[in-house]
Design a protein around this ligand. Structure first.
Ligand code: ATP
Ligand code: MG
Length: 413
């Protein structure tokens, strides 16, 4: 276990011990229990207790009341913030997202408000005992995602659970229990009522996970894929191509590359607006557009000159473009021969050749007696391309070429 995890776990245990010493019930709860039973390192350790928020604040030195109305207090222990939540039951979800009110309660009711059985367990870390009111251990052993309580009701109260079910099924390679699955199908269109930001967060987690291809197929199977953003329309062919491309990606990748695999079917303008729709950061949006736009750039060795190649290599996403193109060609069953030659050629370009300082700049053109205008960038671009190609190697050559270009264009005009 990495040190950070050990520290994190110890912080949660210290908090639990202190609550117990003061007469309270306190347990690890939810996702961390699931992960510990699976032998995985949890992302975070959540504590659940019968102490009300005010009491938690009194018992600990450093606290932050982030969602005290929902019973959540952050407690700082060993320089780590741990979420301490009071056992609660949720009432009537009016907007399909947030409970209208909560009542502080006992562990059993707290388990009942959680989404899936595997997420609904508690662990007493001092007695090393699992407290399972919902059949979580059984489903964990069987590899099943099942709602706690009647599936249609649980998805109707909170539509985000629809996509969470697929995320957990994907991540753990579990199957979704038939009634839960049927209820997801029935409620799939309701996902549009969830904010785009929440959908994107879930989608991002799904796509960053190594099991992304199967999860995207599952999203399609249960009818969620068609509702992720306005205009998310999927034919069997599109699903197959995207899934096949996702299968070819390295296990660990960021969000940009798999998102490009998903959006490969849409023209540039639409890729841009889908990313906006999904509230992707500007950085992600621009990078995905850049990639999708250049999907054919590395497929024709003849058409791609050395300058073109170097200009592509100047992008921090060139490596991603190589990966994406390889995945695309293989997924579409096309020849990768030209692509391989280009990748080979790129590997032979040394670092300092990729983006050399331009031999001349705007000041040089002014010194030659030209006045700044639209011609400037055309001339500078062409001279720089010649420099990248290796045809122009000195400042004198660059100046001569610029002069020729400028004269030529004045004669034309
Ligand atoms: P991850 O490892 O992705 O963080 P997690 O299970 O910890 O998974 P969180 O979103 O961190 O998921 O939520 C923590 C716990 O809170 C869950 O395990 C679950 O018990 C409960 N929970 C979270 N979201 C919901 C929801 N929408 N409906 C019901 N219970 C939920
Ligand atoms: Mg979590």
């Amino acid at each position: 276990m990495p040190r950070r995890h050990a520290e994190f776990r110890q912080a949660a245990i210290d908090i639990i011990r202190r609550l117990r010493d003061n007469g309270h019930v306190a347990l690890l709860a939810g996702g961390c229990v699931r992960d510990m039973l699976l032998g995985l390192d949890p992302k975070d350790y959540d504590v659940a207790t019968d102490a009300v928020p005010q009491r938690v604040v009194e018992l600990f030195q450093r606290t932050r009341q982030v969602g005290a109305q929902f019973g959540v207090v952050l407690v700082k222990e060993r320089r780590i913030w741990v979420e301490v939540a009071t056992f609660r039951s949720d009432h009537s979800y009016e907007d399909g997202r947030h409970p209208v009110s909560v009542t502080f309660s006992d562990p059993e009711s707290d388990a009942a408000r959680r989404d899936f059985t595997i997420n609904g367990m508690f662990l007493d870390p001092l007695a090393e005992e699992v407290i399972d009111y919902v059949g979580g251990q059984r489903d964990l052993r069987a590899g099943i995602i099942r709602t706690i309580g009647p599936a249609p009701q649980r998805f109707a109260e909170d539509h985000l659970r629809l996509i969470r079910a697929v995320r957990f099924a994907g991540r753990f390679e579990y199957t979704i229990e038939p009634e839960t699955r049927e209820a997801i199908r029935e409620h799939a269109a309701m996902i549009t009522r969830v904010s785009a930001e929440r959908i994107r967060e879930e989608l991002e987690k799904i796509l960053k996970d190594a099991h992304r291809a199967a999860a995207v197929r599952l999203l399609a199977d249960v009818g969620l894929l068609d509702h992720l953003w306005p205009g998310s329309e999927w034919t069997g062919e599109r699903i197959d191509l995207s899934a096949a491309m996702l299968e070819k990606l390295p296990k660990r990748t960021g969000f940009v590359l798999p998102l490009a695999c998903l959006l490969i079917h849409w023209p540039r303008q639409e890729v841009n607006s889908v990313c906006r729709e999904l509230t992707c950061s500007n950085d992600v949006r621009k990078r995905v557009v850049w990639l999708v736009e250049r999907i054919e750039a590395l497929t024709d060795a003849q058409a791609l000159g050395l300058a073109d190649l170097k200009l592509l290599m100047q992008s921090p996403d060139f490596g991603n473009l190589e990966t994406l193109t390889g995945a695309w060609l293989e997924a579409t069953g096309r020849s990768t021969e030209a692509y391989r030659r280009i990748v080979e050629r790129a590997s032979e370009v040394s670092r300092d050749e990729i983006a050399p300082e331009p031999l001349i700049d705007g000041d040089d053109l002014i010194a030659m007696g030209l006045s700044p205008g639209p011609l400037f960038s055309t001339v500078l671009d062409r001279v720089y391309r010649a420099q990248l190609e290796g045809g122009v190697t000195t400042k004198a050559e660059a100046t001569a070429m610029a002069k020729g270009l400028a004269d030529g264009s004045t004669q034309e005009a």
